[in-house]
Write a protein that binds this ligand. Structure first.
Ligand SMILES: N[C@@H](CCC(=O)N[C@@H](CS)C(=O)NCC(=O)O)C(=O)O
Length: 258
């Protein structure tokens, strides 16, 4: 997509934190220059990207001279700065609910999904590489806490109690989502909103990653919601930018309800 909007998005796969501003831009119909960074190749720690985001994390977005970081804050900026369908409800109570869900997901639920993802996908994807080369890549990471996360992922040394706590939070989060989606069509209001975009980026692979907890029998409302978001043209366009097997996992949502 070529950008007449002056927006460049630096992103990895169309999921998790990268997927949030990607999907918001597609929903708003904002053309942007897509700059794919391969997280597994440590592209996010190379000097040309650190010149844009010195923290060395993805995503980042530039709009003219402005450099924006933090995926949820970028989504809110995109919604405010560009025309197109509003993704934050005008009604105060609905807007509060959108922000409640985004806070809950970003602070409490997403780190648990992330820990599980890093232990089952990111770590195993890079573990077979030359240890000296990996160590040099880790030394270049600007944020100490990200160095710790990479070391844990590579060694597979996520403490069992931390993994158990992450699994507990994911199970609880699934329960909250199912309950909310039993009350209304979308997560936070009667209209599709940033809360749905945020939630989809966490939960799209639940029927694959947590099949005993999330499926058509146990969580029919989550499954209805995931399939409805996946069917949106913006979601299809967004996920077409994925390059790895991880992005292909979303096609589980093409299955018919059981
Ligand atoms: N709170 C930030 C988190 C950004 C973040 O940590 N992104 C991860 C990918 S989802 C990352 O860049 N990891 C790269 C690394 O740790 O090397 C946001 O929401 O944008």
């Amino acid at each position: 997509m070529s950008a007449t909007s002056g927006v460049t998005l630096y992103h990895w796969e169309p999921n998790a934190n990268s997927g949030k501003p990607m999907l918001a831009l597609f929903e708003k119909g904002v053309a942007f220059d897509s700059h794919y960074l391969d997280l597994l190749n440590f592209d996010q720690h190379r000097p040309d990207y650190l010149a844009i985001n010195p923290a060395g994390t993805i995503p980042a977005m530039t709009h003219g001279d402005l450099v924006l970081t933090e995926s949820t804050a970028i989504m809110e900026y995109v919604d405010e700065a560009f025309p197109g369908p509003r993704l934050m409800p005008a009604d105060a109570k609905d807007a509060w609910r959108v922000r409640w869900w985004m806070k809950f997901m970003d602070q409490w639920l997403a780190p648990s999904f992330s820990m599980i993802g890093w232990s089952v996908f990111v770590g195993p994807s890079v573990r077979s590489r030359d240890p000296a080369e990996l160590e040099r890549a880790i030394e270049r990471i600007p944020m100490p806490e990200r160095r710790v996360a990479w070391r844990k992922a590579i060694s597979g040394a996520f403490p069992p109690e931390e993994m158990a706590e992450s699994q507990r939070r994911v199970a609880l989060g699934i329960g909250y989502l199912e309950e909310a989606l039993g009350q209304r069509e979308w997560l936070a209001s009667d209209h599709y909103s940033l809360a749905d975009i945020n939630g989809f980026n966490l939960a799209y692979a639940l029927p694959l990653s947590q099949p005993a907890l999330s499926n058509d029998t146990l969580t029919p409302n989550i499954m209805r919601w995931l399939r409805a978001i996946y069917a949106r043209p913006a979601t299809k366009a967004c996920w077409a930018l994925g390059r790895t097997d991880m992005a292909r996992r979303v096609t589980i949502l093409e299955s018919e309800p059981a």
